[in-house]
Design a protein around this ligand. Structure first.
Ligand code: L34
Length: 251
């Protein structure tokens, strides 16, 4: 796998290091391409072309966010779909929509794995996803729908967030607002999954859920850190193995 990181965002550096450690742990060879923040879009696209053509690589991951002068969409579109272990390329996104896919995006896939492993049945449940990003909220809603959940997506223009979240049997918070989801928004016995990863000025790392409050009501809840983050990385490993199998199975 090739991991590309542009610039010196400290959070991205931690996540990429965690990914490299996981690769080492499971026995995936990883190559890091750490580019300076001044890298031009042309330079980055040229690197991706080179990685696309490299027969020795099964997966390419370009860590987001990218510096503002680079068009993320152009970069995502440039990655060969069969090496797109993030499942961000439009071809892979489209396949997920139909339910016929090779890769799932790592964070939503990790959330599903947590739900399955906890023995929680999604069928017929009220599922509320807070956040509508292309990389988490939207695919998350689609995966819950595939498992027969009744899915509501909330976002910044939602009229009554608290009232909507209060209906939920399963809440997935992925907005990037520290502790937006309070205890009084959680139904007794709900499952609460916190995708948020917010670094406060005092350096504390908190999720999108006020954990202590919500934990008093929830039947199950994920912490931050130590919840969805490590699952994202585990699913990246799974996708990379899958990419390798798809590339080499018939050879
Ligand atoms: N291309 N960009 C691309 N793919 C991804 O899948 C990501 N994402 C998100 C940001 N940009 C990306 C990640 O890797 C978020 N993300 C991610 C990965 C790992 C962790 C958090 C976010 C993680 O390891 N979290 C640890 C705490 C780390 C810390 O101390 O800051 C945890 O226990 O939650």
């Amino acid at each position: 796998m090739a991991v590309v990181i542009v610039g010196d965002d400290p959070a991205s550096r931690i996540y990429v290091n965690n990914k490299k450690k996981a690769c080492e742990y499971v026995g995936i060879r990883s190559e890091e391409y750490a580019l300076p923040k001044e890298t031009t879009q042309e330079e980055l696209l040229a690197l991706i072309e080179k990685l696309n053509a490299d027969e020795g690589l099964d997966g390419i991951l370009c860590q987001l966010p990218l510096p503002k002068h680079i068009d993320e969409k152009a970069v995502i579109n440039a990655i060969r779909p069969d090496k797109d272990v993030d499942a961000f390329h439009p071809v892979n996104v489209g396949k997920i929509m139909i339910g016929d896919y090779d890769f799932l995006p790592c964070t939503p896939a990790g959330v599903m794995e947590l739900i399955y492993e906890s023995g929680i049945d999604i069928q017929g449940k009220e599922c509320v996803v807070v956040g509508r990003s292309n990389i988490v909220g939207k695919p998350m809603a689609m995966l819950l729908l595939h498992d027969h959940g009744t899915v509501t997506i909330c976002h910044s223009r939602t009229k009554d967030l608290a009232e909507t979240v209060r209906r939920a049997d399963i809440v997935v918070a992925a907005v990037g607002v520290p502790e937006l989801i309070r205890g009084d928004m959680i139904k007794e016995g709900a499952v609460v999954i916190d995708v948020g990863m917010n670094r406060l000025p005092d350096k504390r790392l908190v999720g999108d859920v006020a954990y202590e409050e919500a934990a008093e009501k929830a039947a199950a809840i994920t912490p931050v850190p130590g919840g969805v983050g490590p699952m994202t990385i585990a699913m990246l490993m799974k996708n990379t193995v899958k990419a390798a199998l798809l590339h080499h199975r018939d050879k």
